[in-house]
Design a binder for this molecule. Structure first.
Ligand code: NAD
Length: 511
């Protein structure tokens, strides 16, 4: 595996770093890095202890003192260099993502490109941390707002985007003057270590203090819980499942800390009778099977007007027959494995429940037999099912390539009601050429999701927009637009440059 060599990854790896310095790997418990592609344990990564974590936070606090006074455009210059460094390592990083998570190589490379893009975006952002000036009601007074960094912030990430989610958070947070402590998913630790190694070159070249970008590997229960309870961490940005996010929210709120929550989705595409199917079909298939259905923005539900339902069903079955599943590092394959055996069990359980709750499987529904072609036993068939929206299993986010087909009979309002009738509110889209239908979908009575797309699928997002969702998706926003404000504290300032002190309500003191 040439990419591991290029990245300097051996078989035993330290899992805790304050930048360039890696803390000892001796006498630490290990996480076994497993590839769902071939089922191999390809590295052992040391887990941080509570003492290691404490050291990391203290180092980060010290770095923050220096970093917060570094002019923001100078912070942007470091991010520019990180972007250049990532360009040099795009191939091996993309291959590692593909090998560790099972997503196709093109998606792995695309994830690194997203990191590069967010670096470019943040270079510009570093010159645009704008505050507003407004008018004071008092004479000789100036009223304005400004933004200051928060301190050491924690970034807890999910397995499915093992590098990009760190970038959406860390690059934005850093240009805002914060320092970052990253706890990655235990299912994708080597991607995190490799990324830390790549960026540490930039930190070293610029003689930056330790503690700007730290990495702490441990599981959710140990290091994760410690972060949630740690009063020294003013903001926890959490990406993961809804139950874990609910817990994170409660825990951090109980100490009045801030959170950014990026949780699960149950995303739908509405296909009206005016849909252009030439656009819709590739968007549906990519949205449903990309990353083996393990994206937060995966298309899970298709809400189809009854007049075109049979046609869509036939076309999708034909399209699914042509899909190739196998080693994701081989370009001809469209879909790789699920992340692990636990995910396979969830897939099997969902298929059972679909049938039990009155749905039917139109295509797929099986695990692919373990053997030479599918060595890890984590490969499943892309699956189509005919269901009703109110079935319990359809209301859940099953993190697998299962696409639900359902019909609507009435007007666009009925389709929108079905789109909104789930607990999550992340991504949504409509395929239609009818102006009234599109505008209704985008209006106040339309989609209730954080992302509403027209004639483009639900999956993925451009970094320039604010990314996140409503309801059980958690309400957080990351990446572009004004999401940077979530990483800063806002201050309203009044300056009196006159020689009088006009008090409110005209109160007078005889002083
Ligand atoms: P997960 O909830 O199992 O784990 C996410 C992270 O939380 C991991 O780093 C894990 O170690 C940590 N964690 C778990 N318990 C914790 C605790 N008690 N305290 C602190 N940290 C804890 O999620 P996953 O299986 O890795 O990822 C899949 C989920 O993430 C899906 O629901 C998906 O929709 C969601 N997701 C959302 C977005 C988004 O932007 N909305 C992006 C990617 C993934």
């Amino acid at each position: 595996m040439d990419f591991l060599k290029t990245l300097g990854i051996g078989s035993s790896i330290p899992g805790c770093s304050s930048g360039r310095i890696w803390l000892s790997r001796k006498k630490r418990k290990k996480i076994q890095a497993y590839s769902p592609v071939d089922g191999e344990i390809f590295a052992k990564v040391s887990r941080a202890t509570a003492k290691d974590y404490d050291k990391i936070v203290k180092t980060a606090q010290k770095a923050f003192e220096e970093w917060r006074t570094t002019p923001a455009p100078a912070r942007g210059e470091i991010i520019r260099q990180i972007g250049l460094q990532l360009r040099d390592f795009k191939q091996p990083l993309g291959k590692l993502i593909s090998y560790e998570t099972g997503k196709p190589l093109q998606e792995g490379l695309g994830e690194v490109q997203e990191l590069i893009d967010i670096c470019d975006f943040c270079v510009g952002q570093s010159r645009m941390l704008y505050g507003m000036t407004t008018v004071s009601e008092r004479p000789n007074h100036r009223l304005f707002e400004q933004y200051h960094p928060l301190g050491p912030i924690a970034i807890i990430t999910a397995f499915n985007f093992p590098m990009a989610v760190w970038g959406w958070n860390a690059m934005v947070a850093a240009v805002c003057g914060n320092v970052c402590i990253w706890k990655p998913s235990s299912k994708a630790v080597v991607s995190a270590v490799a990324l830390q190694m790549v960026i540490s070159r930039v930190l070293g070249k610029n003689h930056l203090p330790e503690g700007l970008f730290s990495l702490v590997i441990g599981n959710g229960k140990s290091i994760g819980e410690t972060i949630l309870e740690d009063q020294r961490i003013p903001l926890v940005s959490f990406t993961g499942s809804i139950p874990a996010g609910r817990h994170v929210s409660e825990k951090v709120a109980s100490r009045l800390g801030k959170t950014i929550l990026e949780l699960g989705g149950n995303n739908a595409i509405i296909l009206t009778e005016h849909a252009d199917l030439k656009l819709a079909l590739p968007a549906i298939v990519f949205g449903a099977i990309g990353t083996s259905g393990q994206r937060c923005t995966t298309t899970r539900r298709l809400i189809i007007h009854e007049s075109i339902y049979q046609d869509i069903k036939k076309r999708l079955v034909t399209a699914y027959k042509s899909l190739k599943t196998g080693d994701p590092l081989i370009e001809k394959n469209h879909m790789g494995p699920l992340i692990d055996k636990g995910a396979v069990k969830n897939f099997q359980k969902a298929v059972r429940l679909i049938k039990k709750q009155g749905g039917s499987i139109l295509f797929g529904g099986n695990c692919l037999p373990k053997g030479k072609k599918f060595p890890s036993g984590c490969y499943v068939e892309p699956t189509l099912a005919e269901v009703r929206n109110d079935m319990d299993i359809v209301q859940e986010e099953t993190f697998a390539p299962i696409l639900y087909l359902m019909k609507y009979k009435g007007d666009i309002h009925e389709a929108i009601a079905m789109n909104n009738d789930v607990a999550m509110g992340l991504s949504s889209s409509i395929f239609s050429t009818h102006h009234g239908q599109i505008e209704t979908f985008l209006s106040a009575v339309g989609s209730d999701c954080g992302i509403a797309n027209v004639n483009i699928g639900t999956s993925g997002a451009e970094i320039g927009g604010a990314f996140g969702g409503e309801k059980d998706t958690g309400g957080g926003r990351e990446s572009g637009s004004d999401a940077w404000k979530n990483y800063m504290r806002r201050q309203t300032v009044t300056v009196n440059y006159g020689s009088d002190l006009p008090l409110a309500q005209g109160i007078q003191f005889d002083l």
